[in-house]
Design a protein around this ligand. Structure first.
Ligand code: ADP
Length: 501
C-alpha cells in the first residue's frame, strides 16, 4: 500500500481500533476493507496500532501465526460472569491484531446471521465484545490513548469508556472516536438487554442509549464519543437531514461540531490491475489490451457467449434494499432487450435472489447470476466488465465504484453519498468525466443512464478517455489515514466530551 511512504509529522500516537470485521480476517462488506487498511496505513505512518475483533470461525486455520496470549477476560454480563481468551496476530511492524476468543459467541457459521436470520443473541454477543474492548484498552501495557470504534457493534464502547472515566477510577481513559459506516444499522434490541451492559440505567434515556423503549447501541455511541466520523463528506451532510438521518438526524445535528466526513481510501496493494492473482491478465493505463482478456475469461466463467464486442454490465453487491435492487431489476428488464449483457455476484435477501432468477430465465445467454461470497470473482467482475452498476438508494461511501474506476470499468451511479463524491459525470467536467451519474431514485432514471452508457460504448475514443480518467484518480490511503490522524490529534488536544447521562 502506498501509505507506507508517508510518515506522520507529530509524535507517534497509540491507537486501538475496534471492529467486528477486519480484512483479511473476516468480512461481509466495506467495513472490513476500511478497518484493515486504516490499521495498516496508521502503523506504516509510525503510529502504535492495535486492532481488536472477535475470533470468528476459521480465522485460526487460515492464519497459523495467531498465538494465544496469557490473558483471560472474566467480565460481568448482567448477573453472570463470562470469560474469554485473547489471541494476537502481528502481520507487520507496529500493528497487533487482537482476537477475542469465545466459542459460544463467535465460533459460528455466520458473523451476524445464518440462513437469513439474525442470531437471537446478537445484543449479548456484541455487548460482551464491547466490554472486552474496554477492558483491553484499560489494561494493555502500551496504554492506547485513543480508541476508534466502528458501527453499532462497538459503539457502546464510547459510553462505557466515558462512564469509567467519570465513575470508574479511570481518569486518564482514552478519547474515543466513532465511525458511522452505515447509519441504517443501529443495533436495536429489546430494552432488557441494556441490563447486560451493567451500566447505570440513568443512561437508558432517549438522548443516549434508549429509543422507543429499546436499546439503540449506535445512538449511545453518537451521544458519547469524543469524535464522530462518517465515510464520505457528502454522507456527513446527508445524515443531518430527515431523509437520510434514520431517526437520528436531531442527535447528529447536535453533535455536528464533532462530526466529520472522511472519504475511505482504496488499498491499491490489493485492488490493482498489474499484480493481481485474481485476474487472468494484467493491464494498465499505458496498455489496456489485457482488459479484453479479462472480459473474455469472465464471460467464459459466467457461462455467457464469448462475444467481446457486446457491452458487459456488472455488479458485486449485498442483496439489500440499500443497494437499489428495486430499481435495478425493472431497469434491466427494460434494457436487456438491447445489445448488452449483465453479470451479478451477490448474497442477501431471498426475495432478490428469486427476482434475479426470473431475470435470468427471461434473458438466457444475456444474464449471469452468482449467489455467494467470492472475492476472486469480485475482482474479475470489477475488471472484466465495461460498466459497473451502483444505483444505491443511499451510500455512505461505497468502495466498489472506486475499485471499478481503478479497473477502467466505467461506474454508473446514483448521485448520493460517497458515490457523488467519487465519480465525475460529464455534466460536472467534460475533461475529467469518468462515470455516469443519475439523480432520481427510479428505474426510468437508471434505464436512461444505461442508455447513455450504450451510446458511450459506441464511441471507443471517448470510452477510452473515461477509462483512463478513472484509472488515474488516486484514492490511496495516505490522504484518508492523514485525515484520521488529524481527528485523533484534535480529540487528544481537547477535553473529553461529557454527554449522555
Ligand atoms: P457495503 O459495505 O455497503 O456492502 P461497499 O461497496 O462499501 O458496500 O463494500 C463492499 C465490499 O464487499 C467490496 O469489497 C465488495 O467487493 C465486497 N463484496 C460485497 N459482496 C460480495 C460478494 N458477494 N462476494 C465478494 N465480495 C463482495
Amino acid at each position: 500500500m502506498s501509505a507506507g511512504t508517508q510518515a506522520s509529522v507529530g509524535r507517534p500516537l497509540r491507537v486501538l481500533l475496534a471492529s467486528s470485521e477486519v480484512h483479511p480476517y473476516s468480512k461481509t462488506g466495506g467495513l472490513a476493507d476500511m478497518t484493515g487498511a486504516l490499521g495498516r496505513a496508521l502503523a506504516r505512518m509510525g503510529h502504535r496500532v492495535g486492532i481488536v475483533k472477535p475470533l470468528f470461525r476459521g480465522v485460526r486455520e487460515r492464519f497459523p501465526g495467531l498465538r494465544r496470549v496469557d490473558w483471560r477476560f472474566d467480565l460481568p454480563l448482567g448477573d453472570r460472569r463470562v470469560d474469554a481468551e485473547l489471541w494476537v496476530h502481528e502481520p507487520e511492524r507496529g500493528l497487533a491484531v487482537y482476537f477475542i476468543g469465545h466459542d459460544g459467541y463467535f465460533n459460528r457459521a455466520g458473523l451476524y446471521n445464518e440462513n437469513g436470520r439474525d442470531y437471537a443473541d446478537n445484543a449479548e454477543r456484541f455487548i460482551f465484545f464491547s466490554k472486552c474492548v474496554v477492558h483491553l484498552a484499560r489494561y494493555l501495557p502500551w496504554r492506547p490513548e485513543l480508541v476508534h470504534v466502528h458501527d453499532w457493534q462497538t459503539a457502546l464502547v464510547a459510553l462505557m469508556v466515558q462512564h469509567e472515566r467519570r465513575w470508574g477510577g479511570w481518569s486518564d481513559a482514552p478519547r474515543t472516536c466513532l465511525t458511522i459506516h452505515n447509519l441504517a444499522y443501529q443495533g436495536y434490541f429489546p430494552g432488557w438487554t441494556y441490563g447486560l451492559t451493567n451500566l447505570p440505567w440513568s443512561y437508558f434515556h432517549p438522548e443516549c442509549a434508549e429509543a422507543y423503549g429499546q436499546l439503540n447501541c449506535l445512538k449511545a455511541g453518537i451521544a458519547t464519543a469524543d469524535r464522530l466520523t462518517t465515510v464520505s463528506p457528502r454522507y456527513a451532510r446527508e445524515i443531518l437531514t430527515e431523509e437520510f438521518g434514520e431517526g437520528l438526524a436531531w442527535l447528529l445535528r447536535r453533535r455536528q461540531a464533532h462530526l466529520r466526513g472522511i472519504l475511505n481510501g482504496v488499498d491499491y496493494e490489493e485492488w490493482n490491475t498489474e499484480h493481481n492473482p485474481h485476474l487472468p491478465a494484467s493491464y494498465s493505463v499505458q496498455d489496456l489490451s489485457g482488459k479484453a482478456v479479462v472480459k473474455r475469461a469472465l464471460l467464459r466463467e459466467a457461462g455467457l457467449p464469448e462475444e467481446e464486442a457486446v457491452p458487459l454490465f456488472g455488479t458485486v453487491t449485498r442483496l439489500a434494499e440499500q443497494k437499489g435492487l428495486d430499481i435495478l431489476l425493472p431497469a434491466l428488464h427494460e434494457m436487456l432487450a438491447a445489445r448488452m449483457r449483465f453479470v451479478l455476484l451477490g448474497s442477501g435477501d431471498a426475495r432478490y435472489v428469486e427476482a434475479l432468477e426470473r431475470l435470468r430465465e427471461r434473458y438466457p445467454g444475456k444474464v449471469a447470476i452468482r449467489i455467494g461470497f467470492d472475492p476472486g470473482l469480485a475482482h474479475r467482475i470489477e475488471a472484466g466488465c465495461d460498466f459497473y452498476l451502483m444505483p444505491s438508494r443511499f451510500e455512505p461511501c461505497g468502495l466498489n465504484q472506486m475499485y471499478s474506476l481503478r479497473y477502467g470499468t466505467v461506474p454508473i451511479v446514483r448521485a448520493v453519498g460517497g458515490l457523488d463524491d467519487t465519480v465525475v459525470d460529464a455534466r460536472e467536467s467534460v475533461e475529467r468525466a469518468n462515470g455516469i451519474k443519475f439523480h432520481e431514485y427510479s428505474a426510468a432514471a437508471l434505464a436512461h443512464a444505461i442508455r447513455k452508457a450504450l451510446v458511450l460504448y459506441g464511441h471507443p475514443a471517448l470510452l477510452h478517455r473515461y477509462r483512463v480518467n478513472g484509472m488515474q484518480v488516486d484514492f490511496s490511503w495516505v490522504r484518508t489515514a492523514g485525515a484520521y490522524e488529524e481527528v485523533y490529534r484534535e480529540a487528544l488536544a481537547s477535553p473529553p466530551v461529557a454527554w449522555g447521562g
